[in-house]
Write a protein that binds this ligand. Sequence first.
Ligand code: HAM
Length: 428
Amino acid sequence: MSTLKAVRGTRDLLPPETALWNRIEATARAVFARYNFGEIRTPVFEDTGLFARGVGEETDIVSKEMYTWEDRARAQSEKPQSLTLRPENTAGVVRAYIEHGLGESGQLQKLYYMGPQFRRERPQKGRYRQFSQIGAEVIGPPSAGSESPLRDAEVLEMLASLLDELGISGWTLELNSVGSPADRARYNEALRAALVPVVSQMCEDCKRRAVTNPLRVLDCKVPADQPIIDTLPVIADSLDEASKAHFAAVTAALDAAGVPYTRNHRLVRGLDYYTRTTFEFTHGGLGAQNALLGGGRYDGLSEAIGGPKAPGIGFAMGEDRLVLTLLALNEQNAGAQKADAYIAPLGEGLNAAALTLARELRHQGLWIELGEGGFRLKKSFDAADKTARRIVILGEDELQSGILTVKTFSTGVQTKIPRTELAAFLSL
Ligand code: HAM
């Protein structure tokens, strides 16, 4: 019988790398708290209709990447419900916002989340079928200021600070505006017209997109198509005055705060709910899948799924990609850190005393690896050297006298330390 393996596109995360995941999550929580965000946890699966109506029937995500199944009907007369593993979390957050009447407080809702998402994409480095996002949404009634460009600028400034705090240097913020739905419709027509004379020279995907959804031509990565795409009209020219003013206010606030960005006219994003501001933070170290995170404004999403008017803006970071980037940047992997001490009992008869000593030290906040009295001393030293900064020898003499022998591996120095001073010494 063949051995079972993790399903293609999924993976196990193991120590020491998981320590890095924990550090990223802890840093994100701390930064979100400073910006007054609270955590929301939505279910991992939802009614399929939420994504069809929210993310958009025509998008790659909904049309070909979702894990969807029919739930068992409760009664024979009942139609089975179509359920889907969430491919992203924004639609779920907006559904929860509507379901719990969060807009009725009249306040902005500032919500963050972290957790697994599922897309049936072709797996490669930085792209998985189960991946983890850390995201946040700012959403509320227009009277709460949810449409203000200040909200966009604040979210972008928070992201710049968070990436810096994580130690991710060398990111680029790419910024664009996709305008109002009317602007976008106008732009789609302009693109459609501009594509007519050139599309025959383009790839098969673009030929199809030129008819079904011309905007998606801008996502094309085929090298031969790029010079043609560069000649197409840009969306900035299709924006109405209000969208232009909104974008100008976002960039003015970023300039004032000193957050650098570049305008990317092709950044239209792969989800249909976006209006006005769209953005991605990219990193050169990631290769083809270079987006660390993506996001934007979605002023019509709540209404599209049956809710009140509730403009919003948010983002999601690909946690897998943050980890890859930090590893590539030679991050001191937190998990590779060693324990403060390894306790080596000299003989099985001292195992219980060693557990007591370990308990004492752990209660004082030290990070202890407990050895095994059945090991020969050489084996204890080898194990200790791999897992801890120091070894504490606990023999019959040490137990009686209360004076312990401690060796520090980095210096090779061996010292005698009274048990009462051991915790203080080990924490140095
Ligand atoms: P998205 O651009 O589809 O946006 O995904 C956001 C980020 O998730 C990407 O930039 C990438 O880092 C990561 N990601 C996406 N797919 C994969 C994958 N297959 N494997 C690994 N990482 C992946 C959204 O999901 C929107 N909900 C963001 C948003 C929030 N917009 C407004 N609010």
